[in-house]
Design a binder for this molecule. Structure first.
Ligand SMILES: *Cc1c(COP(=O)(O)O)cnc(C)c1O
Length: 229
């Protein structure tokens, strides 16, 4: 099933790319979200062509990282606590969920110890959902500015999780707003950043996200089926 599902998602991505009106880059990166799925499922997806893996918990990722005998790019997509930063920096090529100066500083410090430049995205809480992490719009500029002073971080773009809505089309204006924000951030003269990714869209809304400009989508259920908790 995983192999067929992955193909379907990849085809849907290509279809959505054709319908795009906001375009950051021609390619869309698919993050296969493997949280709550086992290493066997991960291998199956990777062998079928998945090149980026998304995990939302450091501890779970760590166990899988030790057993997974595959060469793959790791993205952290879940909230990161400062006491897990040390392990996160060892595993993840990209940390998509940076949302505070404090967290950025902790990542910078651990990356420095490893002699690594950690790629990050800043997660934006566009509609101020209390239940979600992510930086509020009014705090975004300050966060971006301080990240730009941290030599072991490389800011690569923005990440957004859309709220659950009754009518799926209601997320479209939010994705569009994120795209507008992204193009604004791209114009900021950073010393150190390379703003090229806008990560948004999950199983139920990745096609809309791509149409509105996403060039990273994070898809779990559509590839691996429902998660067992
Ligand atoms: C779990 C998760 C996803 C994938 O969700 P699906 O609905 O299974 O595609 C994407 N992004 C984040 C941040 C997640 O936590």
């Amino acid at each position: 099933m995983i192999v067929e599902n992955l193909k379907t998602v990849q085809n849907n991505i290509q279809e959505s790319i054709k319908k795009r009106h906001n375009i950051i880059s021609q390619e869309v990166q698919l993050v296969a979200v493997t949280k709550n799925h086992d290493v066997e499922a991960m291998r199956e997806a990777i062998d079928a062509g998945a090149v980026v893996i998304g995990e939302n918990r450091v501890q779970e990722a760590q166990k899988k990282y030790e057993t997974l005998d595959r060469d793959v790019t790791w993205h952290l997509i879940g909230h990161l606590q400062t006491n897990k930063v040390k392990h996160a920096v060892k595993i993840f090529d990209m940390i998509e969920s940076v949302d505070s100066v404090k967290l950025a500083e902790a990542i910078n410090k651990e990356a420095m110890k490893l002699g690594k430049v950690q790629k990050i995205l800043v997660q934006v809480n566009l509609v101020k959902e209390a239940s979600k992490t992510g930086v509020y719009l009014e705090d975004l500029d300050e966060l971006l500015k301080s990240i730009d002073t941290m030599e072991n971080l490389k800011l690569m773009g923005l990440m957004f999780i859309a709220p659950i809505v009754e009518n799926l089309e209601d997320v479209r204006p939010m994705f569009n707003q994120m795209y507008q924000l992204f193009t604004k951030v791209q114009k900021i003269p950073f010393k150190n950043a390379d703003i090229k990714y806008l990560s948004m869209g999950m199983t139920h809304d990745y096609q809309i996200a791509i149409e509105e400009g996403a060039n990273i989508v994070r898809v779990g259920t559509a590839i691996f089926g429902p998660r067992q908790y």
